[in-house]
Design a protein around this ligand. Structure first.
Ligand code: ATP
Ligand code: MG
Length: 261
């Protein structure tokens, strides 16, 4: 199988890009796919914290790009799954990102580690990290939350990606309120798809447990029973070409009410 490079992005901050990138990368690793997760936030990295690897980072992609160290010195294996590898971002990088050097670095990683997937986590803006990541990717997951301003940001992000030639663009609705309260005051799934003009890749429920997991540096691998785990599983299966209805495997939800039919 040829390696697929996937960008997780949105021009809006705080919508859950890093959460989605880390957990979708983990889902691929759980399926036995060799996956490299790359933090592309070159100013304020966060994935090392989410993965519980904050104290393991010695070198980063900035050191690799500047020729200070070889790639192998910067890549860290994720202790919870041997098929997941992590490449941290530099802090407050000021050198400017050379797109060609960035894409050469990914090519080298693909070959050296026999990767099946590369997952790129971008910051919440349309800067050079976005541009370097998008130009190296064939699939983009655009993350929006269950709110109107982030839907607008997803629409703009999708348009920019289209102009850049990223053919496969999928919307991920994160922090979706599955309680069914105030459904008439919130954007419906159809509203969101209509406004963003994007195909839906998946819906991830709001789960305060995720925040607690992240505080402990854990991903969702120990939470198989949760709806949020099923949400990531569904996204992975759709990416593999399977037809997976929305909310498959979710417990305790009123599907009819949430989808408004
Ligand atoms: N489905 C969810 N349910 C509950 N909380 C969530 C969910 N997804 C993300 N969060 C929380 O939202 C916050 C922002 O998430 P995250 O850091 O992944 O966003 P981001 O888009 O990467 O932010 P930035 O733009 O700063 O990089 C975190 O505290 C995270 O735990
Ligand atoms: Mg982030």
């Amino acid at each position: 199988m040829a390696c697929r490079v996937v960008t997780v992005t949105s021009f809006k901050g705080g919508v859950g890009k890093s959460t989605v990138a880390a957990n979708i990368a983990l889902m691929w690793a759980i399926a036995g796919k060799k996956t490299l997760l790359v933090d592309c936030d070159f100013r304020m990295r966060s994935l090392d914290v989410l993965l519980g690897l904050e104290n393991e980072v010695v070198h980063d992609s900035g050191d690799v790009l500047s020729g200070k160290v070889v790639l192998e010195k910067a890549i860290i294996p994720y202790p919870g799954n041997r098929d997941l590898l992590f490449l941290p971002a530099p802090f407050n990088f000021k050198n400017g990102i050379d797109k060609k050097a960035f894409s050469d670095m990914l090519e080298e990683a693909k070959e050296k580690y026999q990767l099946d997937y590369v997952v790129l986590d971008t910051p919440g803006s349309s800067g050079e990290e976005f541009s370097a990541a998008a130009s190296a990717s064939e699939l983009a997951y655009i993350v929006a939350t269950h709110s109107f301003p982030s839907i607008r940001a997803a629409e703009c992000t999708g348009r920019e990606l289209e102009e850049m030639g990223v053919a496969d663009r999928k919307l991920i609705i994160n922090m979706f309120d599955t309680s069914g309260r105030d459904v008439d005051k919130k954007p419906s799934v159809v509203d969101i798809i209509d406004k963003t003009a994007l195909c839906l890749g998946g819906i991830i429920p709001y789960d305060s447990g995720l925040i607690l997991m992240q505080d402990k540096g854990e991903l969702i691998d120990k939470s198989e029973g949760l709806n949020v785990y099923k949400a990531f599983l569904n996204i992975r299966q759709r990416a593999e070409g399977r037809n997976v209805p929305l909310f498959t495997g979710f417990r305790g939800i009123n599907r009819k009410k949430l989808l408004n039919y």
